[in-house]
Ligand binder design. Structure first.
Ligand code: GLU
Length: 380
């Protein structure tokens, strides 16, 4: 079964959690070396690998004399600056011993939110792959502030999966996969080998647990799995502390949990609108407008608009919400906030008279609109 699911995989994103390569006293260099060797075996089999590695903060905090989690943002950022070099040096050394090369890529959320920077990041990563170099990606923790964070590297790895059009996402964690109950509380808990779709029942199994070291618990992993699934990609969650885990996965061993991709996937552009592009405002839409968008697959016209919030420009992403403010879709808006306020509730035929010009009949064109079938992502 696993062999059949993996047969088409040529390009894989491997997310390595902090809890896999570090412990409370810092970086576990042996573990980085073992995983690097395992990755090199995949490269030798002809796979292309993109690594998303966490662990910078937990690797660096020791040098600041911090035990436990760093509390302040400057402490985290200083720890990340120190730890990131340690991590990369270890990857580089081990890859080079096996005649392979790595490159460091540090990203912020804005790098993927802006279409031009997104395509640029994509070009860079693709060029590295063409040259046979393995990108090691992390969030640029040293410069980001909370508002512009990816949140966690599970999310980052899902966005990277879509960015590079990978065929598989592997999330390595310090747990064996998804259990039907919390294994820490219930010894009878059973590992689920295959998940066809993330239903509310599956989400409930994710629980609320957060590891001691990393940022994301199982919930953030399931969110990442959903995002990968919507770009047509399956995910394996497996234990990165287990010996030769990657080679074993690619030998078809039924280890960890395999999540199947969604039946219908979003195009790369719509995936970017739904998850990478940062929404800058909210549109409140009446029932007729909601029906047109949700039921009939139409664009959003100014006549359906009842209210506007935020400070967006033409070309920004906005949330399409019902009258209670609950999001049901996301899209790229064709008019600025000032323009939208003027044409709100009017007919498209009146736009030109009101503004003196018209970009298009729709406020949000269907080509740039995605129904939020996905998740309850945080409001910016
Ligand atoms: N970027 C953080 C680090 O390298 C980790 C974020 C996460 O664990 O999700 O330390």
């Amino acid at each position: 079964m696993r062999n059949a699911l993996l047969a088409h995989v040529k390009r894989v994103v491997i997310k390595i959690g902090s809890g896999v390569i570090s412990n409370s006293s810092g970086l576990e260099e042996d573990r980085v070396a073992a995983l690097s060797t395992d990755i090199c075996h995949l490269l030798d089999r002809g796979l292309e690998v993109i690594v998303v590695s966490s662990g910078a903060i937990s690797a660096g905090k020791g040098q600041l004399g911090i035990t436990g989690r760093p509390q302040t943002i400057p402490q985290k950022q200083a720890a990340a600056a120190i730890g990131q070099t340690q991590i990369i040096l270890k990857y580089k050394e081990t890859f080079q011993n096996q005649t392979h090369n790595v490159a460091q890529v540090l990203l912020t959320r804005d790098d993927l939110s802006n279409r031009r920077r997104y395509l640029n990041a994509r070009n860079t990563v693709m060029t590295l792959l063409e040259y046979g170099v393995t990108p090691i990606i992390n969030e640029n923790d040293t410069v980001v502030v909370d508002e512009i964070r990816f949140g966690d590297n599970d999310n980052l790895s899902a966005l990277v999966t879509s960015l590079v059009e990978a065929d598989l996402l592997i999330i390595l964690s310090d747990v064996d996969g998804l259990y039907d109950q919390d294994p820490a509380e219930n010894p009878q808990a059973e590992l689920i080998p295959l998940v066809e779709r993330i239903t509310p029942e599956i989400e409930a199994m994710g629980g609320k647990s957060n590891g001691d070291i990393g940022v994301g618990g199982m919930n953030s992993k399931l969110k990442a799995v959903k995002r990968a699934a919507l770009s047509g990609v399956g995910t394996v969650i497996a234990n990165g502390r287990s010996a030769n885990i990657l080679s074993r996965i690619f030998s078809g061993e039924e280890t960890g949990t395999y999540f199947l991709p969604a039946q219908s996937k979003l195009t790369a552009k719509k995936h970017w609108i739904a998850f990478s592009k940062r929404p800058r405002g909210k549109l409140l839409i009446d029932e007729g407008g909601q029906r047109a968008v949700i039921k009939y697959g139409k664009s959003l016209l100014p006549s359906g608009l009842c209210g506007v919030e935020g400070g967006f420009e033409r070309g920004d992403a906005v949330r399409l919400c019902n009258l209670n403010g609950e999001e049901f879709a996301r899209g790229v808006i064709s008019y600025s906030l000032a323009e939208t306020l003027q044409i709100m509730g009017k007919q498209s035929s009146e736009i030109e008279t009101i503004l003196g010009y018209k970009y298009r009949d729709e406020v949000v064109c269907r080509d740039n609109l995605v129904l939020t079938i996905t998740d309850d992502e945080e409001v910016d």
